[in-house]
Design a protein around this ligand. Structure first.
Ligand code: C2E
Ligand code: MG
Ligand code: MG
Length: 698
């Protein structure tokens, strides 16, 4: 490659000597252009490009620094070398200060090494230039990235820091440079709050790259904190010796916040923000470890709202959701901060009480929770009344892992439901067997309809004044292939909770109506036929239509059908109960309240129900005989029925004395073993023909 040299000198001998030395030199390819004045030199630079300028500062049209300034402006970036008489030239020294590359003295002009020297100068210059560009590029890049970069020398003193590092540490670069790294970058462990060794120290010590321990927090200059994540590595010189260290780190506060948020979401219920099943299992497991170590018990409560499904269905899901939130707040208000209230899904809540509580204090808490939940919940425009049932299990007696404790608290909760809801029950071993039995019953029930294992028995109702059969009650029997005859008390609750009661009830209604029609067709006056209706059936949206369809299908007159509904079913949602009863009434069917006296009917509501018959529960009838009371309740119910124009039927009449009492109080009808047990249809037909023999009343 040709190196273009601009030579400026009006000293012929010097110029010729230089040209000869440069151009004649074998192996070097210098093309020298010689100009004798500054004007001519500048003119040349105007069109040509010099790789290097050799200039005598004293020219005919210019001298000293003026020559140099003019050349360096016009000739940049070519390096300028000053030609001098000797080495100690003041003007040349000044020019070098202002950027000249160096100088050649007269003694060197003929030196055969001159081309070599010039070549070296140019090479060094090119290297410097590329290094500058390199540095410039690195500097720009490092300042543009969001990661902080800090480098130190071997002693751990900062010798570089980018813009992000300034922002993160709050140290301006000028102040940070030269400082020990530990002063500018003070690190602590986020959880223990103890100072952390700076990774740069370790890198310098071990000459090895490394990462910061997770959870490292940087204490900034103003005392604020930043969660950071980083790596540090040694810097080596060209010989591979460690020369310092560089550390790259970034702020992970936002990332951490997001991670924390995601973890929270994974472990909490979106609706109530309570811990979910996952987190609860974890907490139970932890609590068990602690309880085991200290040999203390821990308590788990399984809470399920009573009739939540109905609220949800009738008022809509948004109201249901708001109610669950209200219940969640209510539960949190009842427990200690060390307790965990979690939602298990649906309307089920679990409460973990890790601190030692004996049965008495768990009892108190359960009662407190039930009271709190029973208070009206203000949700949207509604004032909602809801109750709950609670099952309680204890570690270690009822299980030693989360799954067992939850399962057993759940069984206990079911028992609380069966015992009439709005109550609590402690787990007892027997419940497990019950649960197994329940499952077996449920499985059996699923096939019972299909395999025609059901039939109905009929128990007569007797008009007490005339002694004649006034009607009958259809009572369901299940003939199980292995268990034999199964009574309703054993399977109706299971059928209800499994939802199977709806198709079963429909079958009962249909079968009972068909039977009544058969008797009538056989010329038998069977009176009214009573069918028991459970909660789920009564609340079912197709119930009224179903009754209408059965009557149409069988051709039974509506007035011959009596539907028995218990008090507690009617009282649960009074408005919808009244609406359903009115629809049935409009159809012409008779309505009876079954087991009257066992619920909590308010008399003022009772008046609102279009009821034809009150059936006094047999527990009150039994008390007549036992003389535990003098039959006041029976008397009161009879009086009330009379004044409300309702017929009163006494259930469970077993003794002649009871019958006498009832007759004396003008009770309309009686039903019980005294007259007849529930019997098969053929037997009932015989009873209709022969009549019932009751002992003469004294
Ligand atoms: P319930 O409606 O109160 O029926 C009367 C129950 O009392 C019958 O029991 C009957 O056999 C019994 N009983 C009648 N007279 C006497 C007596 O003098 N002494 C005693 N100790 N008991 C007497 P059962 O048939 O076991 O039915 C029990 C309950 O099961 C019924 O009570 C009713 O609530 C329910 N149930 C029966 N069949 C059906 C049905 O088809 N559907 C629905 N949903 N429930 C039914
Ligand atoms: Mg009944
Ligand atoms: Mg009854």
């Amino acid at each position: 490659m040709v190196t273009q040299v601009l030579l400026l000198s009006d000293k012929m001998a010097d110029a010729l000597c230089l040209i000869a030395t440069l151009e004649m030199h074998a192996g070097d390819d210098f093309d020298v252009d010689w100009e004798r004045s500054l004007g001519a030199g500048l003119a040349w630079l105007h069109t040509g490009e010099a790789d290097v300028i050799l200039a005598d500062l004293a020219l005919p049209d210019s001298g000293g620094m003026d020559t140099f300034e003019a050349l360096s402006q016009a000739g940049a970036p070519a390096p300028i070398l000053i030609l001098t008489e000797n080495d100690s030239d003041a003007q040349a020294a000044l020019a070098i200060q202002r950027g000249a590359e160096g100088n050649f003295s007269k003694a060197q002009f003929a030196n055969s090494l001159l081309p070599h020297m010039l070549r070296n100068i140019l090479q060094r210059r090119a290297a410097e230039q590329s290094l500058f560009i390199h540095n410039e590029r690195a500097e720009l890049t490092l300042n543009a990235i969001s990661d902080a970069v800090i480098a130190t020398d071997l002693a751990g003193r900062i010798d570089y820091m980018n813009a992000a590092a300034e922002v993160m540490t709050l140290y301006p670069r000028e102040q940070a440079l030269g400082q020990p790294i530990g002063k500018v970058l003070f690190l602590i462990n986020g959880s223990t709050r103890m100072p952390e060794r700076n990774p740069i120290d370790l890198v310098l010590l071990h000459d090895q790259a490394m990462h910061l321990t997770t959870g490292t927090v940087m204490l900034r200059r103003d005392g604020s904190e930043l969660a950071i994540e980083d790596s540090a590595a040694p810097i080596h010189d060209q010989h591979g010796h460690i020369a310092g260290a560089v550390m790259v780190f970034h702020d992970i506060t936002a990332t951490l916040a997001m991670a924390v948020n995601m973890l929270h979401q994974a472990q909490h219920d979106y609706l109530t923000n309570l811990p979910n099943r996952l987190l609860l299992n974890d907490r139970i497991a932890q609590a068990i470890v602690v309880a085991r170590r200290h040999a203390t018990p821990l308590t788990l409560m399984f809470l399920d709202l009573d009739n939540f499904k109905h609220i949800n269905d009738s008022l809509g899901h948004p109201v249901g959701d708001a109610l669950l939130q209200s219940v969640a707040r209510c539960l949190l208000g009842c427990v200690r901060s060390s307790d965990t209230v979690s939602r298990h899904g649906g309307d089920e809540f679990l409460i973990l009480l890790p601190e030692q509580r004996d049965e008495a204090s768990a009892t108190l808490l359960a009662a407190k929770i039930l009271r709190a939940i029973a208070l009206p919940h203000q949700v949207a425009k509604h004032e909602i009344h809801v109750t709950a049932s609670i099952g309680i299990s204890t570690f270690p007696s009822d299980g030693d892992d989360a799954e067992t404790l939850i399962k057993n608290a759940d069984s206990a909760m079911y028992l609380a439901k069966e015992k009439g809801r709005n109550g609590y029950q402690f787990f007892k071993r027997a419940m497990n067997e019950r649960a197994i039995e329940r499952r077996a019953v449920e499985t059996g029930l699923r096939q019972a309809l299909e395999h025609q294992q059901f039939h109905l028995n009929y128990q007569p109702k007797v008009n007490l004044a005339s002694g004649k059969i006034s009607g009958s009650e259809a009572l369901l029997r299940w003939n199980h292939p292995h268990w034999g005859m199964v009574m309703p008390d054993r399977f109706i609750p299971v059928a209800e909770s499994a939802g199977l009661i709806v198709p079963i009830g429909r079958w009962v209604l249909h079968e009972a109506c068909r039977q009544a029609v058969r008797w009538k067709q056989a010329g038998l006056d069977c009176g009214t036929i009573a069918v028991n209706i459970s909660t789920l059936e009564f609340r079912h949206k197709d119930f009224v239509a179903g009754v209408r369809a059965v009557l149409a299908e069988t051709g039974l007159a509506p007035a011959c059908l009596e539907l028995e509904i218990t008090e507690s079913v009617l009282m649960r949602d009074i408005d919808s109960s009244i609406a359903t009863l009115l629809e049935l009434k409009a159809m012409g069917v008779m309505l009876a309240i079954d087991d009257f006296g066992t619920g909590y009917s308010s008399l003022s509501y009772l008046k609102l129900f279009p009821i034809d018959i009150l059936k006094i529960d047999r527990s009150f009838v039994r008390d007549i005989d036992a003389r535990r009371d003098d039959g006041v309740i029976v008397s009161a119910v009879i009086a009330m029925g009379t004044s409300l124009h309702q017929r009163v039927v006494a259930e469970g009449v077993e003794e002649a004395a009871q019958l006498a009492f009832l007759k004396q109080r003008n009770c309309d009808e009686g039903q019980g073993y005294l007259f007849s047990r529930p019997v098969a249809p053929a037997h009932f037909a015989t009873l209709l023909k022969t009549g019932i023999n009751t002992p003469p009343v004294a």
